[in-house]
Ligand binder design. Structure first.
Ligand SMILES: Cc1ncc(COP(=O)(O)O)c(C=O)c1O
Length: 301
């Protein structure tokens, strides 16, 4: 099912987003090791990215605040400012095997990547055999209005990781492998006791099979509705994000607004200085209106 939706060739099932990313990192490195030998294991990730809370995915995360307390961390990551094509090209030296990124940075502030920046990553892939690894843990499974967010950028990644909503709240992650990488995943090179267990897999089958074009269209419509509503609130400066993953830049302190919303029965997140909205993809129009009106009242107060 996932291969049908994504155009990828093979899937490995894990139990969380961080574990899926561990798999993505391992096989990006193995592709390079098998083909070129040692010395080409560096992965470029982006400043303000977030890839998980294991030692290696913390190292992959491009935020200094995650690089304290738990060291020593896994080596072999360098961090490129998002949307800086010159910096990207400069960093793409001979030791680099992959670029790993979120198409919309979630924890890092709901920052959209530019179309041209993603295309520059694709170009590096073609010219230097640097793998395109997309972290779709938060953006995947319909969240941005496409099945995967990379489908908004007209690219075909080599490796995709996903998790979160995929099994409707049951713990499941997946790493998807494209044409180039599919044979790198050999028996014994990776494994997981609970990965792909029948209970979580049944949950995932139920969810993934229901994310069809009509449902994706409804996500885009709700997104437009929310954006228009938000831009008419006094005190809202801008709205970023895609689909039902939106960041709201406001004049007030985001944490204080989130706390006030909670008191009124509305749960919103923050990301850096923004309010972050990640409603259930099947939220009804009435529920949306109820939530948006609380948010408006708190922001305008
Ligand atoms: C982009 C991204 N990658 C990885 C993770 C880690 O996923 P998990 O908490 O399932 O390990 C998250 C979680 O917030 C995420 O947003």
């Amino acid at each position: 099912l996932l291969c049908e939706k994504s155009g990828m060739e093979k899937v490995f099932f894990a139990n969380s987003g961080a574990e899926a990313n561990e798999g993505a990192i391992k096989f990006a490195r193995k592709y390079s090791f098998d083909k070129y030998g040692e010395g080409r294991s560096t992965i470029i990730t982006l400043v303000n990215s977030f890839h998980g809370r294991t030692i290696t995915t913390l190292a992959a995360t491009g935020q200094d605040s995650f690089h304290t307390t738990f060291g020593p961390f896994t080596q072999g990551f360098k961090y490129c400012p998002a949307n800086d094509i010159d910096a990207l090209n400069e960093m793409a030296t001979e030791d680099v095997c992959a670029v790993m990124f979120e198409c919309v940075q979630g924890e890092g502030g709901v920052n959209n990547l530019d179309y041209d920046f993603v295309k520059a990553i694709e170009k590096l892939g073609k010219e230097k055999d640097i793998l395109i690894v997309v972290d779709e843990v938060q953006t995947g499974n319909g969240r941005t209005g496409k099945y995967f967010a990379y489908q908004n950028f007209d690219i075909t990644p080599d490796i995709v990781s996903t998790a979160k909503g995929m099994a409707g709240g049951l713990p499941m992650g997946a790493v998807l492998f494209g044409e180039k990488v599919k044979d790198v995943v050999t028996a014994g090179s990776h494994g997981s006791t609970f990965g792909g267990n029948p209970i979580c897999a049944a949950g995932a089958c139920s969810i993934v099979s229901r994310i069809d074009n009509a449902f994706l269209e409804s996500i885009k419509e709700k997104s437009e509705y929310i954006k228009e509503f938000l831009m008419n609130i006094k005190g809202v400066k801008s709205v970023s994000g895609m689909g039902l993953m939106l960041g709201v830049e406001i004049e007030k302190d985001a944490k204080a607004v989130a706390n006030q919303c909670l008191e009124q029965g509305l749960l919103v997140l923050t990301a850096k200085t923004k309010i972050r909205l990640l409603p259930a993809l099947n939220i009804s129009k009435a529920e949306l209106d109820e939530g948006l009106n609380i948010l408006k009242e708190v922001i305008e107060q």
